[in-house]
Design a protein around this ligand. Structure first.
Ligand SMILES: Cc1ncc(C[n+]2csc(CCOP(=O)(O)OP(=O)(O)O)c2C)c(N)n1
Ligand code: SF4
Length: 249
C-alpha cells in the first residue's frame, strides 16, 4: 500500500512527554520536518533549553547539546563558530529566552550570529508549575501573580520579536501560531525560511511560536487553542518583524 504520510525522520522514536494539548509537540514536528526537507539532519546541531522542552535532546534526530537555563544562544554561538557549515538552532521557552536568558538572546542577535532560535511562547513557566513569565499577559493568573498580572507591580508583557527586530544583526524575525491546520502550515513555511536564511549566512533568525500550556492555564486543550487566539494574539500580533531579504530587494 502506498505510504501517504509518515513521521518525519527529523524526530527520533522516543515518546514525547508533553501534556495533552501542549503545542510543544507540534513545534517539534515542524522543526524535524524542516531539517529533513532541507536535508541537513546530518549536519544539524540543536541546543535544548531548561524547561518543559528539556528532553528535546532525546527527540530531535540530530546532534543535540543541552544548555544551562537561558544560555542556549551562547552555546549555539560557540558551536556555530567552530562548525560554521553546520545548521545550528536553539529551542527555548519564554522563561528560558525572555527571562533568565534575555541577555544571550539580545547579544546573539546583536552579533548577528548565524543561528536559528525557535522561541516557544506560552506566556508562563510551564515546567516549574506556572510562575509568571515576562510574556504573561496583563490580568493572567500565575502562581507568583495569584491575582493576575498587574502591570503597575509586575510590568507589562515583553514582545521579544518586536524588540529583536530592531537589532541590526537580526536577519529574519517572525511570530506565528499553531492553533489551526492553516496556521501550522504557515508556521512550517516560516521555520523553513529561517533555516534557509541561516544556511545562506544572512545572520540571526528567530521564529516565535505562540504555544499552549493547558496544564498551567487550567484549561482544556481545545479551550487553550481558543485562549491563544482570543488573548495572546491581541498582545502578540503575528507577522514578519524583520526580513533582510526584503530590505535588500
Ligand atoms: C539557573 C536556573 N534557574 C531556574 C531554574 C528553574 N527553572 C527550570 S525550567 C524554568 C522555567 C521554564 O519555563 P519556560 O522557559 O517558559 O518553558 P516551558 O516549561 O513553559 O516550556 C525555570 C525557572 C533552573 N533550572 N535553572
Ligand atoms: S506543563 Fe505546559 S508547557 Fe509543559 S508540557 Fe505541560 S502543557 Fe506543555
Amino acid at each position: 500500500m502506498a505510504i501517504v504520510y509518515q513521521k518525519t525522520k527529523g524526530l527520533t522514536d522516543a515518546e514525547l512527554h508533553y501534556c495533552p494539548g501542549c503545542t510543544h509537540g507540534i513545534v517539534h514536528k515542524l522543526v524535524g520536518e524542516t531539517l529533513e526537507e532541507l536535508d541537513v539532519l546530518g549536519k544539524a546541531v540543536g541546543v535544548a533549553p531548561v524547561g518543559c522542552a528539556v528532553f528535546a535532546y532525546d527527540y530531535f534526530n540530530c546532534d543535540m547539546q543541552e544548555a544551562a537555563h537561558g544560555r542556549a544562544p551562547a552555546v549555539a554561538t560557540g558551536i556555530k563558530r567552530v562548525l560554521p557549515q553546520h545548521v545550528v538552532f536553539t529551542y527555548q521557552g519564554d522563561g528560558d529566552l525572555a527571562a533568565i536568558g534575555i541577555a544571550e538572546a539580545v547579544h546573539s542577535a546583536m552579533r548577528g550570529e548565524k543561528i536559528t532560535v525557535i522561541f516557544v511562547n506560552n506566556a508562563i513557566y510551564g515546567m516549574t508549575g506556572g510562575q509568571m513569565a515576562p510574556t504573561t499577559l496583563v490580568g493572567q493568573k500565575a502562581t507568583t501573580a495569584p491575582l493576575g498580572r498587574d502591570p503597575g507591580h509586575y510590568g507589562s508583557p515583553i514582545r521579544m520579536s518586536e524588540m529583536l527586530a530592531t537589532i541590526d544583526g537580526a536577519a529574519y524575525i517572525e511570530r506565528v501560531m499553531v492553533t489551526t491546520p492553516a496556521s501550522v502550515m504557515k508556521a512550517k513555511r516560516s521555520i523553513k525560511k529561517a533555516f534557509e536564511l541561516q544556511i545562506a549566512g544572512l545572520g540571526f533568525t528567530m521564529i516565535e511560536v505562540l504555544s499552549t500550556c493547558p496544564t498551567n492555564w487550567g484549561l482544556t486543550p481545545v479551550e487553550s487553542l481558543e485562549w491563544v487566539k482570543e488573548n495572546m494574539l491581541p498582545v502578540f500580533p503575528l507577522g514578519v518583524y524583520r526580513d533582510v531579504t526584503k530590505e535588500e530587494a
